[in-house]
Design a protein around this ligand. Structure first.
Ligand code: XMP
Length: 504
């Protein structure tokens, strides 16, 4: 347990309060300190990672993907929620598009291909062969729909062969009456389990088409996907869902100003109203300087208009900043100014605080104000997350996910290696993309602004599932070393013990 006061241990291994108080003259980041181990009765695999960020916003793992235009759109948010975390959809896109990105996450049916590649009855098999060749599809069975999207048959891979090239799809397809379908409404709360049951009951059938009440195609399950997901599910953390069993999704909003430089209240309220209608689970008022009038006013206005909506706000690095946002109505506060991997704020503006010190300072104010803390930026490995979680309720990562296939952007090859773009939201390119989308053809307001982020490349990594599996494994190991069965132990003294890294 905790080092006995006066013991040799306590001279070297200190609680967070003692340690940070003694280090008041220098600010520390993740690599400047390390956690001391503690007596444990906990095996890593038995640790619980769920975290409550606000009333009505519970995650099963404490990891959030950044609201950045090279990190989180619907595909990333879906992958994060399926693994128990949360994605914050960025705001560098027209507002309408952000609404549909949120809808995509909220309507996502796990395991179901939402928009299967379809073919038309009057096409030739030759055209299908060409499509497969050009788009390098690894499958050759396609639903056949008429011009209005109504299901008319299924083109089986058995007939997609050069010998039938001149035949029309209508002649070669399995007609509608013999195609196995399920109404979307019958999928229930656990579509994968329902599809799995179907495949067991129908030996030899490997595709299940999903239709609506008017027989329009709404999706497709394949047996191999369902088997893979059912298998992975036993090993993974449960998806993070809302009360209606939909995946959770967050969206970032900015403190938009009108042509007179005033907060554009009507526009912000209308947009957040739209997000709430679509079922958004949290909005994040995301700015580089959260301890500012614009952000405070925006949070207050949103809190008044949407009393039960979880509001994330930031970024701050001081107790005054946390108090200010908490008093404005924020439920969770983002901490981090300058730690981001693509961030040049400290160089350009000369401001920012190393992240562990910022987290410690903010955590004391957060505990008093009963708000949760999100450690945002600078995380490059699972050990950083363990350190952050001794003071925060969850972490926000950008760079760690930017190389995943689920992040927006194309893969590029340079010198035989594969990369994806990763850029700061304060980089010139991202600011231009944001302003162009937001203000149409208005004069570019970024021209006189010094960028506070860079454009970089990230080597392509494995899928979000894989990256998270690694991170979670590390977090669980760390908790085992700290004797922490769950993240609620965060505030307990033994969990906060830290020591300075040798040589620092
Ligand atoms: P990581 O280290 O995970 O950091 O890549 C992601 C976080 O960095 C912040 N961010 C920026 N900070 N200039 C900055 O100073 C930028 O251009 C920028 N873009 C993102 C943001 O908090 C994000 O979650």
């Amino acid at each position: 347990m905790a080092a006995q006061t006066g013991s040799l241990d306590s001279r070297f291994y200190q609680t967070a309060d003692t340690f940070f108080a003694a280090q008041f003259h220098r600010a520390l980041t993740f690599d400047d300190l390390t956690l001391a181990t503690l007596y444990s009765e906990i095996l890593p695999r038995d640790t619980q990672l769920d975290t409550q960020l606000a009333e009505g916003l519970q995650l099963n793992i404490p990891v959030i993907s950044s609201d950045m235009d090279t990190v989180t759109e619907s595909r990333m948010a879906i992958a994060m929620a399926l693994n128990g975390g949360l994605g914050l959809i960025h705001y560098n896109m027209p507002e309408r598009q952000q609404l549909s990105e949120v809808s995509r996450v909220k309507f996502h049916v796990p395991g179901m291909i939402q928009e299967p590649i379809k073919v038309a009855p009057d096409q030739l098999i030759a055209e299908v062969l060409k499509l497969i060749e050009e788009r390098k599809f690894g499958f050759s069975t396609f639903p056949v729909v008429d011009a209005k999207g109504k299901l008319v048959g299924l083109l089986s891979g058995h007939v997609v062969k050069p010998r039938y090239a001149k035949r029309k799809i209508a002649e070669a397809m399995t007609p509608r009456g013999q195609v196995h379908t399920i109404n979307k409404k019958e999928l229930g709360k656990d579509p994968i389990a329902r599809a799995d049951k179907f495949f067991t009951e129908q030996p030899g059938i490997h595709k299940l088409l999903v239709v609506d009440g008017t027989d329009h195609l709404r999706g497709l399950f394949t047996m191999s996907d369902v088997e893979r997901i059912s298998h992975e599910r036993r090993e993974q953390f449960k998806p993070a869902r809302d009360a209606q069993f939909r995946l959770v999704c967050g969206a970032a909003v900015s403190a938009t100003r009108n042509a007179f430089g005033e907060l554009d209240r009507e526009r912000i309220l209308a947009h957040v109203g739209g997000l709430v209608e679509r079922g958004v689970d949290a909005v994040a008022v995301s700015t580089a300087h959260g301890h500012s009038k614009g952000v405070g006013d925006t949070v207050k206005m949103l809190r008044d208009a949407f009393p039960s909506l979880p509001i994330i706000a930031g970024n701050v690095t001081s107790t005054a900043g946390v108090q200010f946002l908490a008093e404005s109505g924020a439920s969770a506060i983002k901490v981090g100014q300058g730690p981001g991997s693509i961030c040049t704020t400290r160089i350009v503006a000369g401001v920012g605080i190393p992240q562990m010190t910022a987290l410690y300072i903010c955590s004391r104010a957060a505990a008093k104000k009963r708000v949760t803390l999100l450690a945002d930026g600078g995380i490059t490995k699972s050990g950083d997350i363990v350190k952050a979680l001794t003071l925060a309720d969850a972490v926000i990562c950008g760079g760690l996910f930017a190389g995943c296939p689920e992040a927006p952007g194309e893969v590029m090859e340079i010198g035989g290696k594969l990369y994806k773009q990763y850029r700061g939201m304060g980089s010139l390119a991202a600011m231009k993309a944001g302003s162009a989308a937001r203000y149409g053809h208005a004069q570019d307001p970024t021209q006189k602004v010094a960028p506070e982020g860079v454009e970089a490349l990230k080597e392509v990594s494995g899928s979000v599932d894989r990256v998270l599996a690694q991170l979670i494994g590390g977090i669980q190991s760390g908790m085992g070393y700290l004797g922490a069965a769950n993240l609620e132990l965060k505030e307990a003294a033994p969990h906060d013990v830290v020591e300075l890294k040798t040589g620092n």
